[in-house]
Design a protein around this ligand. Sequence first.
Ligand code: AMP
Ligand code: MG
Length: 414
Amino acid sequence: MRDVRMRGFAERVDVEEVERFLERRVQALPSEPVPLGESAGRVLSEDVTAEVNVPGFARAAMDGYALRGEDTFGASAYNPLSLELIGEALPGRPFAGMLGPGRAVRIMTGAAVPEGADAVSMAEVCQERDGRVEVREPVAPQKNVGAVGEDIQRGAVVLRAGRRLRPQDVGVLASIGVAEVDCVRRPRIELLITGDELLPAGSRPEGCRIVDSNSVMLRALVGRDGGEVLPFEILPDRPEAIRTALARDEADVVLVSGGSSVGQEDHAPRILAELGSLDFHGVSMRPSSPAGCGRVEGRWVFLLPGNPVSCLCAYEFFAGPSIRALGGRSRDWPQRRAHVPLARKIVSAVGRTDYVRVAILDGRATPIATSGASILSSTVRASGAVIVPRELEGMSEGTTVEVLLYDDEFEVVS
Ligand code: AMP
Ligand code: MG
């Protein structure tokens, strides 16, 4: 392998080529059983079929009186019909007997409709008197009765494989008696944060040392994408340290922050190539052109440049979609979009994909001026990012662009 250190990339691949490669190779992880109470947000790995009817018994949909509908035919305010009250049915405490003609049972919503009854007359149109019930309105058979299986039929496929469970999905699963569901395993992510200049997050920057901001940002991004970050330490820029860490078999994905470029201390690409494969290194994009990816045994390794904006950008293009795919989610970028005109032109170069931070003001997107890859605060000032595709030389003022919004709550005024 050519050592790119202090020489630079001989050539760079297109973003799309890396994306296509990852799309082909990165597949969902195997499944694991997950207790229902922890399953919201997880991705089902197989269809779930109901083994029971819900409800499993005919139940009252109203508070009132269970009776035979035909016994009420002809009832009115002027001609109340009187039925013998023979008992009571409460939720979970059914009426034990059989209901014959001319009889009624007091019943509450959710209680089993007694055998022999076929309707429930609302309390509002009935009146109890001396052990009898007067009914002032006719009620058709089946009225106010929830039929067996009206919610879910036994044998029905309730949810399909690939479904990311919503809160109500989990509720439905509980209703059919499920205690555990098979979900795609959450990808485990190892962070290799490299840099002799780095102090751990939480420290105060001092002298020529800076605080590691990438790990904090990556942790949040991985969380958003359904992955689980393993405990980590900051690694020195020493080949042995990086080699040992890359060889460790604990994660599904390794995110290497820093040391991915062509500097003298950038050891990760070479070590990755030695231990496994360096599938790509150097991408025609800005920022994050020194990004790369490869594999060591079954683990995916993403080389994310240390400059924080590059790190964010390389994560979003390559690591994020792969982590989502491993977890059974969609590879698509999860950001909400706004479509707004450009307040100022964006200059790019043909052959290169650009990730441009923009601020949306008065319904127009303005590219942020101080936008070097090391200026993380530019992403804080930005409302989102515009991606300028490889084939464009830029975008002129007034062009409607799609902004990938950084906020979920951002009010989209177009
Ligand atoms: P590198 O990719 O290692 O050459 O780093 C490029 C730039 O990003 C340097 O200025 C580093 O100090 C900075 N940098 C590297 N890692 C981090 C990190 N974890 N957090 C913040 N800045 C970083
Ligand atoms: Mg470094």
